[in-house]
Write a protein that binds this ligand. Structure first.
Ligand code: KG4
Ligand code: ZN
Length: 335
């Protein structure tokens, strides 16, 4: 059974995974390790690319060794090496992809260049024997995407954000509220004590008849509210009202997309899909609409290498490989 080693280093998480699988069977994730740099970047209020790449190169080797030990395999047992090659921070992508290429070259095994977004897209199905036809919503720090998925590798883009990504809006509003980076999980915690109906923030483009998103108007509305109330706004109410607006937009657009493409299964992935009220709203709405909902397991929502390994495994089964002289693509579009 093919064994894949995958590396993810597109932003501030250094991650290594080992997966073994065969076509038509759920793969075994033998190891999935993530060395988070969140604490390091927090003091700067966001990711510092130079620091991120330095730390990838400092920690990657040890992480690969640890994954091999955990899975009780040797480098010589690995059938293919994969890495994220885009989109992401150039200097971060280079570390992981160069390491995977070097391992592939030394072992004379194929290298697979994986699109980070395909990793997120497939992450709800890492424990499954196949990727069923479905409507996918990816909500991460860099992307908000709706895709019609016929099968692994057969994707049609239905909509995306025209400005900020959902996670980016969470992080920027978090900053406005004086919360630590990343703002997403902090807003979720603060919002627990707030009233989601306290402020009527805009649900931009919700009923515009297309499947694109816009979050910059919402972000600006929060800023103006905070300025207008000059220190008197209740932060928990602002957080809860903002979060509710994001949830309404994501749920509304996803339902419209499912209706548009006729899919009865909806899958949610990406860092923002960790948000419990969002998961709850999707669960309720899909149940009411008779749609089958697949939520990504929490450990696979934020950046990880298991999702990259799963995408690579499926491409390996399809006989694909990537050239060793291929470049990284920081702005790689998904489709
Ligand atoms: O998928 P991810 O790890 O990285 C990208 O590919 O961008 O997503 C990170 C994003 C950040 O914007 C973070 O604030 C957001 O996911 N996030 C959340 C939560 N946990 C992480 N947003 C809302 N609620 C959360 N609980
Ligand atoms: Zn990601």
């Amino acid at each position: 059974m093919p064994l894949i080693l995958a590396i993810e280093s597109s932003c501030d998480e250094t991650a290594v995974a080992l997966l073994r699988g065969e076509p038509g069977r759920a793969p075994s994730v033998l190891a999935s390790l993530v060395a988070s740099q969140i604490e390091l970047h927090r003091q700067f209020g966001g990711v510092v690319p130079e620091l991120a790449s330095r730390n990838h190169s400092l920690h990657l080797h040890a992480l690969v060794e640890q994954a091999l030990r955990l899975a009780a395999v040797r480098v010589g047992d690995i059938d293919a090496f994969a890495a994220t090659t885009g989109p992401g921070l150039a200097s971060s992508l280079l570390i992981g992809s160069t390491a995977a290429k070097a391992l592939a070259c030394a072992s004379q095994r194929p290298f697979l260049a994986i699109n980070h977004l395909e990793g997120h897209l497939l992450s709800p199905f890492v424990g499954e024997s196949q990727v069923p036809p479905h409507l996918a919503l990816i909500v991460s720090g860099g992307h908000t995407l709706l895709l019609d998925v016929a099968a692994a590798g057969r994707y049609i883009k239905l909509g995306g954000t025209r400005d900020d990504a959902a996670g980016e809006a969470f992080d920027k509003v978090g900053k406005m509220l004086g919360l630590p980076y990343p703002g997403g999980p902090e807003i979720e915690i603060l919002a627990r004590d707030g009233n989601p109906g306290a402020y009527a923030f805009p649900r931009s483009m919700l009923h515009d008849g297309h499947l694109d998103f816009s979050f910059s108007g919402l972000k600006t509305a929060v800023l103006y509210t905070l300025q207008r109330e000059a220190g008197n706004a209740c932060p928990a109410d602002v957080a809860a009202s903002f979060q509710q607006a994001v949830i309404d937009i994501l749920v509304g657009k996803t339902l419209a997309a499912a209706h548009h493409c006729g899919r009865r299964k909806v899958a949610l992935s990406g860092g923002v899909s960790l948000n419990q009220p969002l998961r709850g709203a999707f669960t309720e709405t899909c149940e009411r609409a008779g749609l089958d909902l697949v939520l990504t397991p929490p450990s696979l929502c934020t950046d990880n290498a298991a999702m990259i390994g799963f995408a690579a495994l499926l491409r390996h089964f399809a006989g694909e490989s990537s050239p060793l002289n291929g470049d990284i693509h920081p702005h790689l579009p998904f489709l």
